[in-house]
Design a protein around this ligand. Structure first.
Ligand code: SF4
Ligand code: MG
Length: 266
């Protein structure tokens, strides 16, 4: 059902008045009302403000999909590139101008399918890029097909009997590939996102942020807000992010603990 025009207009006014667009562009996000991406947007914008990064010294680079539209909505330099190529383009931008703070953004479909071959190489090269993977476990923009992180048995119009493939775990991949900063976060917790981003942006090396989010329009089965809220919990206080083996154990044992899992300097 379409949202009536006057309701949309009111929502737009509320959004304009809120602080989440302090570093936004003049373009209002075209994401569905209630999409988890708004929480990530707020978290990232607050981190940029907290660190006082001038807008002209930051660049946001995306692939495709709903997350691919991100550069239009934030007031940094931006590139909306092609399917799965946010990471190599980010590497090139960082090489050309190392003074820039570089954000690569993209969804699970974009970054784990056709783009999945770039994650190991940016990790092993330890390029100083901040990669935000918006993982809602579905292709949202193309109306709800299974992605590489969709759980087995998930029914869509493209998989009416349920998916048969096993899902990829993006956090586990990044750790395995040797990413030097790995955080797992929840789109419903913008403050937690800001906290981790502030650390990760200052980290000198590749920083990977696996953001659990929801596509409330096309996922009524798995990652709904209700499900995510009941599953997500913080990492235990005693977790030591400098301990690689501990980080791996946590990820293998528990899919939904959030926080900074791993950080290696030098
Ligand atoms: Fe968000 Fe899904 Fe709408 Fe895309 S289709 S904007 S992921 S809710
Ligand atoms: Mg997706």
């Amino acid at each position: 059902m379409k949202t009536p025009g006057h309701v949309l207009a009111k929502q737009v006014e509320q959004i304009k008045e809120s602080r989440i667009f302090d570093v936004r562009s003049d373009e209002l996000p075209t994401w569905c009302p209630g999409c988890g991406y708004f929480g990530i947007h707020q978290g990232l914008n607050n981190a940029i403000q907290q660190l006082g990064i001038p807008h002209h010294e930051a660049v946001t680079i995306s692939g495709i999909g709903c997350a691919g539209r991100y550069p239009f909505f934030t007031n940094t330099y931006g590139l909306h590139t092609v399917h799965g190529r946010a990471l190599p383009v980010s590497t090139g931008v960082k090489m050309a101008n190392p003074e820039l703070t570089v954000f690569a953004v993209g969804g699970d479909g974009d970054g784990l399918a056709i783009g999945g071959g770039h994650l190991p190489h940016i990790s092993r090269r330890d390029v100083d890029v901040n990669y935000l993977l918006f993982d809602n476990s579905i292709y949202g923009l193309t109306k709800g097909q299974p992605s590489p992180s969709t759980p087995q048995g998930f029914k869509t119009k493209a998989s009416p009997y349920g998916t048969t493939d096993r899902p990829l775990n993006a956090t586990l991949l990044a750790l395995s590939y040797g990413a030097s900063f790995v955080a797992r976060l929840f789109a419903g917790d913008p403050e937690g996102i800001t906290k981790a981003l502030v650390e990760g942006i200052q980290h000198e090396g590749f920083s990977f942020f696996h953001l659990y989010t929801t596509c409330l329009t096309f996922d009524k089965q798995f990652k709904t807000w209700e499900h995510l809220k009941s599953w997500i919990h913080p990492l235990p206080k005693e977790h030591d992010p400098s301990d690689y083996r501990q980080a791996m154990d946590r990820v293998l044992e528990d899919d939904f603990s959030v926080g900074i899992l791993y950080q290696r300097d030098g």
